[in-house]
Design a protein around this ligand. Structure first.
Ligand code: ZN
Length: 457
């Protein structure tokens, strides 16, 4: 096995950043030493002023494969991921067909991924209205946790769960010890608001925003916190958009409930006030809210109430965004951002006094813990996979289509100038992205948190 030394002035380790050499033996990090301690047995890769970050982990991605690979697919999603500095993606159980709610569906996903992935991947299992009996078998088959919706997800093949159905599922979830990821919006407030907006102008972003009020998130989170208290399972709130929920989440933490929270780059970068009428590329659910709300989400990150940041990369064929008619009611909700999430976050974080160590914490070690891969992924330390991002933190670039790399190159960020360029990404010691190119054959593997159980099946 080749010995390599990745050297830079800023290497982001769990202790902060410093000049260092990351010594790599084959696929793993051997040690992190000072640059003058590298022996001549190592092939030196000196990145000078660029920073070296741990490979990013995205625990919230919709790859849509198998079944809707015309929307995205393993090949294009993992290519965009490599270009964005990600080395592990965890796929959501919906949008693909079959949805990942049974072991047979998980096997179909494994077949679809085979030989196509440029980065490592894993798959969440789904909890839907009728698959309570599949939960523990899915855990044994290697999923790192589960996802459910408290509101209709708006796509065929995946159902929401009512509180009653959830109560039948939760004892199973609790027994697995794995987290339950929850899309926390309840229909009541949304249905009421939407009914009142029947004759409103749906080309206006403000109409869409009014149709998905903060209250829908707040009551859903309240319900989940009380179920978490009752059943003792690990609760994870996905894509928090409403800052109104932060005080109760903070209190739940203080109480010792096992709850974690994520938000997304679009909620931290965009704001409702600047979304033009008809600009449906900005539609997602829950919605992008006010600039004031955005600043409170940043405060939530600062004080640790929000644990980390994931993309919720959710592409679709451009026609579904209804760009011609610009109708926020009928357009598909979802924003794709795998290839630009790190620069988006760095642009905003650096303005607010955060460091690259904060960004690595939010985008690598945090999500790796949720996905149960934090003994192998998420930090630059001895024994970890040699997953590294070479990041030119002081360079700006303009977002153009040729920077996106996913299947359909539409984005609300086109034309923006962002701070920080991903120069290269290394997966287990090998380059998977370098200066705009994707060297080598796809070498990504499935990461199963539960290898032992999987081989026992
Ligand atoms: Zn999602």
């Amino acid at each position: 096995m080749e010995l390599q030394a990745f050297v830079a002035r800023r290497v982001v380790t769990p202790e902060g950043f410093r000049p260092a050499a990351v010594l790599v033996d084959g696929e793993r990090i051997q040690a992190v030493v000072s640059p003058d301690q590298v022996s001549d047995r190592y092939r030196i890769r000196d990145f000078g002023d660029a920073a070296i970050l741990p490979g990013l982990v995205d625990s919230h991605v919709h790859i849509n494969d198998p079944g809707r690979s015309e929307w995205e697919g393993f090949e294009t999603a993992t290519r965009a991921a490599a270009a964005g500095g990600y080395t592990l993606l965890v796929d959501m159980p919906l949008n693909c067909l079959p949805a990942t709610t049974t072991v047979a569906a998980l096997q179909a996903k494994r077949a679809a991924a085979h030989g196509k992935c440029r980065v490592d991947w894993a798959a969440w299992g789904g909890v839907v209205h009728d698959n309570q009996g599949d939960i523990e078998v899915l855990a044994a088959a290697g999923v790192p946790g589960f996802k459910c919706f408290l509101i209709n997800p708006g796509i065929d093949g995946f159902t929401m769960v009512t509180e009653h159905e959830l109560r039948s599922a939760l004892p199973h979830v609790a027994r697995t010890g794995l987290p339950l990821l929850v899309h926390a919006e309840l229909a009541g407030a949304i249905d009421r608001a939407t009914a009142a907006l029947a004759s409103a102008d749906w080309s206006r972003y403000s109409t869409y925003l009014q149709s998905r009020p903060d209250e829908a998130e707040l009551v859903a989170i309240r319900l989940m916190l009380s179920l978490c208290r009752e059943y003792g399972f690990r609760l994870h709130i996905v894509h928090l958009s409403s800052s109104h929920a932060l005080p109760e989440l903070r209190a739940a933490r203080a109480e010792g409930l096992p709850v974690t929270v994520e938000t997304c780059p679009h909620y931290l970068h965009l704001s409702a006030e600047t979304i033009a009428n008809g600009a449906t590329l900005n539609k997602c659910a829950p919605p992008i809210r006010s600039g004031e709300n955005r600043e409170k989400l940043w405060e939530g990150l600062r004080d640790g109430t929000i644990d980390f940041v994931v993309t919720d990369h959710s592409p679709c064929p451009p026609v579904m965004k209804r760009l011609q008619e610009g109708n926020f009611r009928t357009a598909w909700g979802g924003i794709a951002s795998l290839s630009v999430a790190l620069p988006l976050m760095w642009t905003e974080a650096s303005k607010r006094g955060f460091t690259l160590a904060d960004v690595a914490h939010w985008m690598s070690s945090g999500p790796s813990r949720l996905a149960g891969c934090d003994t192998r992924k998420g930090r630059i330390a001895a024994g970890y996979d040699a997953d590294l991002v070479i990041f030119e933190a002081e360079r700006d670039f303009a977002v153009r289509e040729d920077r996106l790399h996913y299947r359909h190159t539409v984005s609300p960020y086109l034309g923006e100038t962002l701070r920080g360029v991903v120069k290269a990404t290394y997966l287990r010691g090998e380059p998977v992205f370098s200066e705009g190119a994707f060297p080598g054959e796809p070498a990504g593997r499935e990461y199963t948190a539960n290898q032992k159980c999987r081989s026992a099946l």
